[in-house]
Design a protein around this ligand. Structure first.
Ligand SMILES: Nc1ncnc2c1ncn2[C@@H]1O[C@H](COP(=O)(O)OP(=O)(O)OP(=O)(O)O)[C@@H](O)[C@H]1O
Ligand SMILES: [Mg+2]
Length: 252
């Protein structure tokens, strides 16, 4: 389990995360939701160790990372992988080379085994026969699945996803949702899903954190979120009113 205790993050001119305290349960999907600029990516980057909090504590499996030397922090975080928005793949490499990157980095495998393992990982995300494709020839949905395969190449216990379905069509979105759920159910991976797409979060998450201007304004289950009293949350979870459909306003 991951616990965040009183995390604050200040930039030079703004208080971006405010007293963030919550637990991320093991082997479940926790959704961090909120509108653009609410601090979701910043929070994910702090959990991943890519940003330092200004103050506060991060505990992973009973160890206070913030009290440990950097090398020990890295050792604990080696069980964690992050899937960046739009995949953040290496454009100049092929699909399999992107997935192989962490395998080379870990140096635990013979070079001759790396290609085979990378292809196995691509199969795990339901990509077949694409190993030699260059990234710019892959669709957005394929790129996201390659990015998930690359994350799996770290053999992680925890995967952090930043907006994994942004810019994807509904079919590709569904495939990504299924994959995230598959990792959680079959491999018991703890998942943290940052999104502003509530429908996706509802589909696969067990636990919800709602961020508003750097503060947690809700923590709980989907059922609790649906009946949350906060007027801002109510507006966020309401389906769009039919009165605002642009097609209703057009008269031919
Ligand atoms: N290192 C930084 N220095 C200064 N400001 C930052 C830094 N990181 C983030 N911010 C600011 O913090 C706020 C939160 O940004 P963040 O990217 O975490 O939001 P978000 O919820 O992920 O938004 P989106 O949904 O658009 O991705 C924004 O106002 C952003 O400009
Ligand atoms: Mg973001």
């Amino acid at each position: 389990m991951i616990s965040l205790k009183n995390i604050n993050f200040f930039s030079t001119d703004a208080h971006i995360l405010k007293n963030i305290t919550f637990d991320i349960p093991a082997a479940k999907v926790t959704a961090i939701i909120g509108t653009s600029g609410s601090g979701k990516t910043t929070l994910l980057r702090i959990i991943a160790g890519l940003n330092e909090p200004t103050n506060g504590e991060i505990w992973i499996n009973g160890q206070n990372l913030t009290a440990l030397p950097k090398t020990d922090q890295q050792q604990i975080r080696s069980k964690m992988a992050i899937v960046f928005q739009h995949g953040a793949l290496f454009d100049s490499l092929t699909a399999w080379e992107n997935v192989a990157f962490p395998l080379y980095e870990q140096g635990a495998m013979l070079l001759s085994e790396v290609r085979e393992e990378a292809e196995k990982l691509l199969e795990m995300v339901d990509l077949h026969g694409v190993a030699e494709l260059s990234i710019d020839r892959c669709s957005g949905g394929m790129q996201m699945r390659i990015a998930i395969a690359r994350a799996l190449a770290y053999f992680p216990e925890i995967i952090l996803y930043d907006e994994p379905t942004s810019g994807l069509d509904p079919i590709a979105r569904g495939l990504i949702c299924n994959l995230i759920q598959k990792q959680q159910v079959q491999q018991r991976i703890t998942s943290v899903l940052v999104t502003h797409q509530l429908s996706m979060a509802f589909q696969i998450s067990n636990h919800f954190i709602f961020l508003y201007e750097g503060e947690i304004i809700f923590e709980g289950t989907a059922d609790e979120l649906m009946v949350a009293k906060d007027p801002y949350i109510q507006r966020f979870i309401q389906p769009p009113s039919r009165a605002y459909r642009t097609t209703d306003l057009v008269h031919f």
